[in-house]
Ligand binder design. Sequence first.
Ligand code: HEM
Length: 418
Amino acid sequence: MTPRVDLADLDLWARGVPHAEFARLRRYEPVAWSGEAPPNSGFWSVTRYADIVAASRDVATFSSARGVSFEEPTDADMAARRTIIDTDPPAHTTLRKIMSGSFTQRAVAVYEHFVAGLTEQVLDAGLTGGELDFVDAVAKEVPIRVLARIMGLPDADLDQFIDLGDRLIANTDPDITDVVWGRDDTDAYRSYPFRSPYGKQLWDLGREVIAGKLAAQARGEHDDDLLATLLRAEVDGDRLSQTDLDNFFSILVVAGNETTRIAIAQGVLAFCEHPGQWDRLRADPGLLGPATEEVLRWSCPTHFMRRTATADTELGGAAIRAGDKVILWYVSGNRDEAEFRDPGVFDIGRTPNRHLSFGRGGPHLCLGVHLARLEVRVVLAALARRVARFELAGPPRRIRSNFTNGLKALPVRVELAR
Ligand code: HEM
């Protein structure tokens, strides 16, 4: 038995997440093989929560070094564009140490005041009552500005960061990029992030920002943002190479922006579809913590991470061969009935809620987990104070991608609280 739907069919995902097929796979064939058109050779779909966590933990067998997407990059491609997310231990541990101090719960808590003030400004401008595109007016505005503050990005470049980040993470959607992976010949861009010319543009922009920072440091200006930390970092007595800096820059901009935007936008969509849960949150702000986790479980901004088997092995009853591509479908694990009671119910009081939206069990657990939680919680809290009711004002438009659960547009009608 193989999956009945083609999980690599992006037009299918543009219509919606194939939850029914995932439920069937979890039940009857939890680790299932699908063939793929050349140059790709096929992939295993891991759909049960426990198997996903087990594979994430076993980094010796399930490696990230061949990238985390469906693409089949060569060694040379990977050497040019390898980021922390596609590095295995022990090198991964060294890279992670450079940044982990900036992302602890305590380090991130310092930004709460900033995130709250920024959110109020964004809502003052974007939420005027009546109809609006929530992605454009609100969701898109908060995460990039938080990231800019933490990383030390100039305000003047923010629109460009949003645009380039969108073209990368949605590199399969012709509405968003004119160079579509899987459709166009992308061979010339294979050494750039997401195999896209816009990956190169993001690197170039990063280099400009870094040059500005170095010039400021030479003038004796003190800064303690994340880019300054990266510039000071040493590995075995050496500063980071230009390649390392390029790739740190691109992963932070892409990983820290779109994902959080998706969680916020998909969260509001969930509340449009479950107005009783919105009333419940407004009546009891004590539910903000569990509501944040439920929004993250439900929205699952990153549907999967890919691993590559380093040896013949067995997982969930399937015989996996060395070199096979293995897709860990977090979006399916988040609805696994063996882990979650009534997983198809959006319940903002759900506890426990050990969802997989940030990964789980392995060393690649999202670095920005505390920051992302803080942003989602602060935005939900501010919305709950201001908005009595959300209603859909038209169909949401999904990004054509099986990787991201992004929305291109979320038309909503907002009834402001009195
Ligand atoms: C709701 C928002 C977010 C979601 C859903 C999310 C999701 C993820 C996922 C699924 C992974 C891979 C986990 C694995 O392989 O097991 C990851 C890794 C990562 N995330 Fe996030 N992320 C979010 C926000 C952020 C933010 C705000 C930042 C930084 C500013 C960030 C930076 C990173 C980095 C650097 C990695 C790679 C970590 C490593 O390989 O060690 N993420 N994220």
